[in-house]
Design a protein. Structure first.
Ligand code: FE2
Length: 154
């Protein structure tokens, strides 16, 4: 068993993964909700694009939660416990379609930045499995942000 299990370094990584899981949960729900509520001329394009993204986000929630378990910690048992750890805000209203794409683009960049900070931390602590997982997340999120930007650009 690698030496990063069950020590203070692991605690830092687990705590950062919980924040990442909370952020991903918020962004997952927002993306799925936009998939439901989007309207207008670009309905079909965005409806399908949001679906592709929320499926990826949902899968990444599973991978992040299972990494927390593999590092020896329980995943927060309720949304009431998980979500207050998020640094990305929920959406209060369903905005116009272009604004939806802009909001998600900003969120995906923020989530990519969050993932890359964890990758740097995990690399420093010699947990290359977590680092690799987070780099893969950031790669997807940056690409998704670019696709959203290209969709709404004039
Ligand atoms: Fe659907």
């Amino acid at each position: 068993m690698a030496d990063y299990y069950k020590n203070e370094d692991t605690r830092d990584i687990i705590n950062s993964l919980k924040v990442y899981l909370a952020n991903t949960t918020i962004v997952y729900y927002k993306t799925h909700e936009f998939h439901w509520n989007v309207e207008g001329a670009s309905f079909y394009t965005l409806h399908i694009m949001f679906e592709k993204f929320y499926i990826k986000l949902w899968k990444s929630m599973d991978e992040t939660a299972e990494r927390i378990r593999a590092l020896g910690e329980k995943v927060p048992p309720s949304l009431a416990e998980l979500l207050p750890q998020a640094t990305i805000l929920e959406n209060e209203t369903a905005p116009q379609s272009q604004v939806m794409a802009q909001i998600l683009r900003n969120d995906y960049y923020a989530l990519a930045e969050n993932a890359l900070k964890i990758a740097a931390l995990a690399t420093e602590k010699n947990d290359l499995i977590t680092a690799d997982m987070m780099i893969q997340r950031a790669t997807f999120l940056e690409k998704a942000a670019w696709m959203l930007y290209s969709t709404i650009k004039d």
